[in-house]
Design a protein around this ligand. Structure first.
Ligand SMILES: C[S@@+](CC[C@H](N)C(=O)[O-])C[C@H]1O[C@@H](n2cnc3c(N)ncnc32)[C@H](O)[C@@H]1O
Length: 336
């Protein structure tokens, strides 16, 4: 699984417990699916998962971990990944952009990404199998990157892992049905029904598209114009999310909560978000009874590395390293 801010790795057992606690849940809508770790764990636990995220790389991850049916696709996926892993490197747009103009990967690995991505594009694959290949490539590239976990900047000197060769692995596909959607959360809330909605929005101004622009460009493979030291795609500036705006976040979240088509709602929220816990609890109270569960968790990676200027000079201090994660568990049965 790729390194991801706000990934709910440490909260998965608590989320499963909250979902299971209702006793009448068969389907779950994951409105902000990110890495699909949560969706994958829910699918493994036997729920029908409908995953949604507005970014293309997250959509590819959801197709792989939630939508793909291992019973149907695993043999083909194994053959395809083995074939792709044998493709020799051939430098192109990715190498030029992310290994020469910027230094997210070493050129020998960039050339492999270029060649494998071109091969995937030329195979005219079924979209779900293609997403499995893209997930395998993203995760392989993530294992040899030279960042601190976000793509706003790369390390000044090569990370030790970046010297290693890029190797593909077969993602952990699960048997059974599932869905992956790429909608804005507000629209997904209105159109995709489920017994329970899991809501894990961004907490603050850090845009996921800006932080993971390399994956977006790798998946879309539209070779966009880029800007700045990090070589971000130019559309990062236009494709904002209301959930990254101090001004718009409250309304966007209230809209999702008011309109989501589910009998139960579970929301993950940190104590550092633009919306306060009291505010969120009040929004949920309009749908039903709310219970708040608290967990102490390590804080996002930016706090650990301090704040750096584009040249890599430390300009800020290391903030606190732990924060409180909360799960807001709402029984919205009455309102349905
Ligand atoms: C906190 S992360 C989710 C992490 C996920 N639960 C995991 O464990 O990997 C928030 C996600 O919301 C997505 N997102 C942000 N704004 C969105 C919007 N308006 N509609 C849909 N998804 C959005 C981001 O792409 C990001 O993947």
């Amino acid at each position: 699984v790729i390194k991801y801010l706000g990934s709910k790795r440490l909260l998965i057992s608590s989320i499963l417990e909250a979902v299971g606690g209702f006793g009448d849940v068969g389907s779950v809508l994951d409105l902000f699916s990110g890495t699909s770790r949560v969706g994958h764990a829910l699918k493994r636990a036997g729920y029908l998962v409908r995953a949604n995220d507005h970014n293309a790389y997250a959509h590819a991850l959801a197709r792989c971990y939630v939508e793909a049916d291992a019973d149907e696709l695993l043999p083909a996926a194994r053959r395809l990944i083995a074939e792709l892993d044998d493709v020799p490197g051939e430098p192109g747009w990715f190498t030029e952009t992310f290994c020469v103009r910027s230094r997210f990967f070493q050129p020998h690995n960039g050339a492999r990404v270029d060649a494998i991505r071109e091969r995937i594009g030329g195979l005219d694959l079924d979209p779900v199998l293609e997403a499995v290949a893209l997930t395998s490539l993203m995760e392989a590239a993530d294992r040899v990157d030279s960042t601190a976990g976000v793509q706003m900047a790369y390390l000044k000197t090569w990370a030790p892992r970046s010297f290693g060769p890029l190797r593909l692995r077969v993602p952990d596909l699960l048997p059974g049905a599932g869905e992956a959607h790429r909608l804005d959360a507000g629209e997904a809330a209105r159109t995709l029904a489920a017994d329970l909605a899991y809501v894990d929005p961004p907490y603050n101004q850090h845009s996921y598209l800006g932080n993971y622009h390399v994956w977006e460009s790798l998946v879309l493979w539209d070779k966009p114009d880029v800007y700045g030291v990090a070589c971000k795609r130019v559309d990062v500036r236009e494709r904002g999310s209301a959930f990254n705006s101090r001004r718009a976040m409250r309304e966007a979240l209230a809209d999702v909560i008011a309109n989501v088509r589910a009998r139960h709602i579970v929301v993950s929220f940190s104590d550092e978000g633009f919306v306060s816990g009291e505010d969120l609890a009040a929004m949920l109270a309009t749908r039903g009874e709310v219970e708040v569960r608290e967990f102490d968790s390590p804080r996002y990676v930016g706090a650990k590395i301090g704040i750096h200027s584009p040249a890599g000079v430390k300009v800020g201090t290391v903030g606190r390293l732990r924060n409180i994660e909360r799960l807001f568990v709402c029984d919205a049965r009455e309102g349905c």
